[in-house]
Design a protein around this ligand. Structure first.
Ligand SMILES: N[C@@H](CCC(=O)N[C@@H](CS)C(=O)NCC(=O)O)C(=O)O
Length: 205
């Protein structure tokens, strides 16, 4: 059975888990990272020299980097669905996967500041800068989703997975959010999916 290492509150682990669930695959998850450790053991470092999560092992094939894992699983088990068959449609989906790391970078101080830092230690300036930067990126996603229900077209693809996980954090942090109706409608479509509710849309910790 496929194995995945990573704690459930990691945004990057969520991407791989959501993909596994969408594809209906069986897997064994092993807690790793932060309070669980594991990532600094020689055995883990041999699999993943970055010491980060997630990592998967699929019948002897080891892979790390969450977006590469989502690409791999989608190509192997979701060809024509999560992984579009047409090269241009596939590239369109992958473009949003790459852009999700831009979004993650903007959100980093907002998430860490408000969710993982005690109030007395928060850097309000860094949080506000991150909030403004994230709000400044959202019109790009809004324009795409005003044209079509999912980032790469009419149905859910791997392109929605990383950015869906990142936007869940944006929707969950206590900040002022300018209205983005198409993004909000897309987020509700994601929320209607059992796999998204089970893996991604859980309280932020
Ligand atoms: N680009 C990598 C980044 C992985 C990463 O930064 N993972 C974080 C969790 S989201 C991590 O391992 N943090 C340290 C830890 O949990 O111990 C990926 O997408 O897989």
């Amino acid at each position: 059975m496929l194995k995945i290492w990573g704690r459930v509150n990691s945004v990057n682990v969520k991407k791989a888990l959501w993909c596994l669930e969408e594809l209906g695959l069986q897997y064994e998850r092993i807690d790793a990272g932060m309070q669980y450790g594991v990532v600094n053991t020689p055995e883990y470092r041999k699999m993943n020299p970055t010491g980060l999560v997630p990592t998967i092992e699929d019948d002897g094939f080891v892979l790390w980097e969450s977006h590469s894992i989502v690409r791999y699983l989608s190509a192997k088990h979701g060809a024509g669905t999560l992984c579009p068959a047409d090269p241009r449609a596939r590239a369109g989906a992958e473009r949003w996967m790459d852009w999700a790391f831009t979004f993650q970078g903007a959100m980093r101080n907002v998430f860490w500041g408000l969710i993982r830092t005690p109030p007395e230690k928060r850097d309000a300036k860094a949080i506000e800068e991150g909030r403004a930067k994230t709000a400044g990126l959202l019109p790009i996603l809004e324009q795409a989703l005003a044209r079509q229900p999912y980032v790469a077209g009419g149905s859910l693809t791997m392109g929605d997975i990383p950015i869906g996980c990142e936007v869940q954090r944006w929707m969950g942090v206590p900040v002022e959010r300018p209205p983005f109706p198409a993004v909000e409608a897309w987020f509700e479509r994601l929320r209607a999916r059992p796999a998204f509710r089970k893996i991604v849309d859980i309280p932020l910790t």
